[in-house]
Design a protein around this ligand. Structure first.
Ligand SMILES: Nc1nc2c(ncn2[C@@H]2O[C@H](COP(=O)(O)OP(=O)(O)O)[C@@H](O)[C@H]2O)c(=O)[nH]1
Ligand SMILES: Nc1ncnc2c1ncn2[C@@H]1O[C@H](COP(=O)(O)OP(=O)(O)O)[C@@H](O)[C@H]1O
Length: 204
């Protein structure tokens, strides 16, 4: 019988670098977490592969998944649905593997309700100015949309207290190291009283 795996949730404001940090973590050969591939109604970008980057769905298909209770959480983000497949998450955790979700903050909030024992990590920008720079560099958005996004980001940052850890994404490699260290520490903390260790103390 395996111990249940840890559900790791990485979230944070739009543009902070969640996707970038997640990709870096999963490009490291010694990463042992399983990435849960999300469902989305947004169109694939150039180079994105169905079943690798996302499971691309129509709005009808996605709404059916919601009705059938197939999503652990879902949210509408900039006009598209995004959601986490519940069966994959439960099956993988039951195999004793750690599952890693990279999702926006509304979804993370729903996961917290269903998995209060999950490990919730909030990625923070070094400053709001730097967050604005990242949103500007990434997109083709107009000044109005960028300001609107920044206001949303401020509301998202206010949700920080709902998380177990806050990690600054000043440099991608440092943010990844911090996340990996948190997961290792969290395993030690949770498995401290595991029977196999207590057995060492048993009198023969
Ligand atoms: N709630 C939720 N958010 C998701 C999920 N998958 C991805 N996201 C988030 O959706 C947002 C948009 O993702 P995407 O369209 O890939 O664009 P980008 O990450 O901003 O380049 C990001 O904040 C992701 O973290 C999911 O399954 N559930
Ligand atoms: N540590 C960092 N330093 C500088 N730029 C970064 C860093 N992390 C991410 N970025 C850049 O910021 C932008 C937003 O990153 P992205 O991963 O798309 O954010 P999110 O998934 O949180 O919306 C991208 O252009 C990315 O290259």
């Amino acid at each position: 019988m395996h111990e249940k795996g840890l559900l790791i949730v990485l979230s944070g404001p739009s543009g902070v670098g969640k996707g970038t940090v997640r990709k870096e973590i999963f490009s490291q050969p010694d990463t042992k977490f399983e990435y849960s591939i999300s469902m989305t109604t947004r169109s694939p970008r150039e180079g994105e592969v169905n079943g690798v980057d996302y499971f691309f769905k129509t709005r009808e298909e996605f709404e059916q998944l919601i009705e059938q209770g197939k999503l652990l959480e879902y949210a509408e983000f900039v006009g598209n649905y995004y959601g986490t497949p519940v069966d994959y998450v439960r099956e993988t955790l039951n195999k004793g593997r750690d599952v890693f979700l990279e999702i926006e903050v509304q979804g993370a909030r729903q996961v917290r309700e269903k998995f209060p024992d999950g490990l919730f990590i909030f990625l923070m920008p070094p400053s709001l100015t730097e967050l604005k720079n990242r949103i500007v560099t990434r997109g083709t958005e107009t000044e109005d949309i960028i300001n609107n996004r920044l206001n949303v980001a401020k509301e998202e940052i206010e949700m920080m207290h709902l998380y177990d850890y806050v990690v600054e994404n000043d440099q991608i490699d440092l943010a990844c190291e911090r996340i990996n260290a948190i997961v290792v520490a969290e395993h030690c903390r949770r498995e401290r009283v595991e029977p196999k260790y207590l057995k060492m103390l048993e009198v023969k």
